[in-house]
Design a protein. Structure first.
Length: 607
């Protein structure tokens, strides 16, 4: 009986993974082949070659790179490009290499957020375009399609603040039905031309390049669309575990291949390459088409939702590791850590997605911007994976990873030709995100330099002299500081200039660890009469309830003091940083302390 429950739980996780992890890659069949055959003629040789490329792309860049190599690397079961960066940095000695790895990590994060803008736009737009195959709506205007797409997008982002926990349970079953539909629609057409399975041989992919030359090489820039969303296998590992994701992928992979090959058989028989998936379904029965179109819309919304949640989780990790400005964060679920709502990110994504829809108007146009960010992120992840296994002396995995790295590199070279045709939007979005990160990181570095913290030893001597006079306030107070070995300037101002000293004063540092989870009181020590230090660490994916933990740890504070900075500068980039600093909430607000205990002390800094 127990084994049955375990099996049921495993099956439940597999279905759940289909909804959370595979929305993006699962909706790729809607547009991939239609877009690929805008660049090449649908001859028998080309169809076989493209199908062979799709099969081996999913094998190398998704199955080998993410499902096998990447998922064997984690920090406490967590995955993602930030985790890969942290693993590699921990293995390297200090030096320029760590700076370069950090730079690549920042680029990867920027590109993933750029991908989060384009995915909802192309997914929803391509599904809405399927309305044209309904006879009564065959003459629907482009403007109407854009308006419907925009309305669905606005509605999707409008419900984000409510959280997706209540509807998330339905995502898996819907996507399971979606993958069944993909499988059967492809399988039923494969019966017409079963020899299409010959395309499983890499011979046809090689022959495609020989016959098509350089133009054939650049077709890779559209073939990569079949693998978009593959990074989610690794990024979502911490939410669901590696085993159910791998098992779900084996089912999803089979359904995708059958459908792609079924679409190939349809193109081979009819020579029609526009909206192939929709015509494949409508070729059986017009009665099935409207339910399938409804299912397609649901699948694309789920894919978009998964990408929105992924971007918010990524930004949350970035806030905790200090590469993004602080932002208001709302946790919308008590069960799922991944259910995070960040209002500022939600507004940015909504405006950016609507802008993409209005600029590109059709999914075939938007495909020119799609793929660049995904491919570059895969390439950076490949570099990290190969280097990690090499340093760990796992030369077999490192060698296999190197082969995948070469393949990812070829795709990256091919996809760069998209830049003049709309791909520059991926670069623009990524540059904006990267610019904000660099501005924040460099600004905070300079700010810490100008704050001129006092060493704890020097502070203790001055503290003793004042404390021994006995002029202190009864009770206990907490003073937040960046580091327990150095004292923030505002504390000196409070205690020595204004005489705010309590009977018991605790200097508390709250630091983010390089682990995703865990909240620990690392140290709590008495350094002299009336003065204590406490060091707290928490995982970069945690949102610790410090007021509750303080009670558990025996703190009984009457007042809580923290520092805030007012920046005055004449340097342009620091002026922008100062604006960001003013707009960003103070980090203390993340911990929800009672407002009647909090006292902010402003320090004016001229840089």
């Amino acid at each position: 009986m127990e084994n049955e429950n375990i099996k049921a739980g495993t099956f439940s996780n597999i279905i759940h993974a289909m909804g959370v992890v595979f929305g993006d890659i699962g909706t790729s069949p809607i547009y991939t082949l239609s877009i690929v055959f805008t660049l090449t003629l649908p001859t028998r040789e080309n169809i076989f070659g493209i199908l062979s490329l799709i099969f081996w792309t999913l094998i190398s860049l998704v199955t080998i790179q993410y499902a096998w190599l990447a998922m064997s690397l984690s920090i406490r079961g967590e995955g993602g490009i930030i985790v890969l960066k942290e693993i590699l940095v921990s293995l390297l000695k200090k030096g320029r290499r760590i700076g370069f790895i950090a730079f690549l990590g920042y680029v990867g994060v920027s590109l993933l957020i750029g991908d989060g803008v384009i995915t909802p736009a192309i997914s929803i737009l391509s599904a809405v375009e399927g309305l044209r195959l309904i006879p009564q709506l065959s003459h629907i205007s482009l403007t109407t399609i854009i308006l419907i797409t925009a309305a669905i997008t606005i509605l999707l982002f409008a419900i984000q603040h409510r959280g997706t926990d209540k509807v998330a349970s339905s995502f898996g079953p819907i996507m399971f039905v979606w993958f069944l539909s993909l499988f059967f629609s492809g399988f039923l057409y494969l019966i017409h031309i079963p020899e299409i399975f010959l395309a499983l041989s890499p011979y046809y992919a090689i022959e495609f390049f020989i016959h098509n030359g350089l133009p054939g090489f650049f077709v890779l820039s559209e073939v990569i669309l079949c693998a978009t969303g593959g990074e989610a296998l690794y990024a979502d590992m911490g939410h669901l575990g590696g085993k159910p994701i791998r098992k779900a992928w084996s089912i999803v992979f089979f359904a995708l291949i059958i459908n792609y090959f079924g679409q190939g058989a349809y193109i081979l028989e009819h020579g029609d390459t526009k909206q192939v998936l929709f015509k494949l379904v409508s070729s059986y029965s017009e009665i099935l088409y409207i339910p399938f179109l409804t299912l397609t819309l649901l699948a694309t919304i789920i894919a978009s939702q998964a990408m929105i949640s992924a971007v918010m989780s990524l930004v949350f990790q970035g806030i905790n590791t200090g590469i993004f400005p602080l932002m208001r964060i709302k946790f919308t679920s008590q069960k799922l850590r991944s259910q995070i709502y960040i209002p500022a990110v939600n507004k940015f994504l909504l405006l950016a997605v609507i802008l993409m829809i209005l600029i590109f108007k059709e999914s075939s146009n938007l495909a020119a911007a799609y793929g660049l960010a995904v491919t570059a992120t895969m390439f950076i992840s490949s570099i990290f994976i190969v280097t990690i296994f090499y340093i760990k002396k796992n030369y077999l995995k490192s060698a296999i990873g190197a082969i995948v790295l070469v393949i990812a590199g070829l795709y990256l070279v091919a996809v760069t030709h998209k830049i003049p045709y709309g791909g520059y939007w991926s670069v623009i979005i990524a540059l904006f995100v990267f610019g904000v990160m660099m501005l924040w990181i460099n600004g905070m570095t300079k700010l810490r330099r100008f704050l001129r913290a006092t060493s704890l030893d020097v502070f203790i001597e001055s503290f003793k002299q004042i404390y021994e006079t006995g002029n202190y306030i009864k009770g206990e107070a907490i003073f937040f500081t960046k580091n327990i070995n150095s004292v923030s300037p505002y504390i000196l101002h409070c205690m020595f200039r204004t005489g705010i000293i309590y009977e018991k004063n605790i200097l508390v540092s709250v630091e983010t660890s390089d682990q995703p989870y865990g909240v620990n009181l690392e140290s709590y020590e008495k350094v002299t009469e009336g003065l204590y230090t406490a060091r707290i660490t928490y995982g970069y994916m945690e949102s610790p309830d410090l007021p509750k933990l303080f009670k558990q740890w025996g703190f009984s504070e009457k007042a809580i003091f923290y520092g805030a900075e007012e920046i005055k500068t004449s340097k342009p980039f620091l002026k922008i940083f100062a604006v960001l600093k003013r707009l960003a909430p103070n980090w203390i607000s993340f911990f929800d302390f009672p407002y009647n205990k909090l006292h902010g002390v402003v320090t004016r800094i001229e840089i």
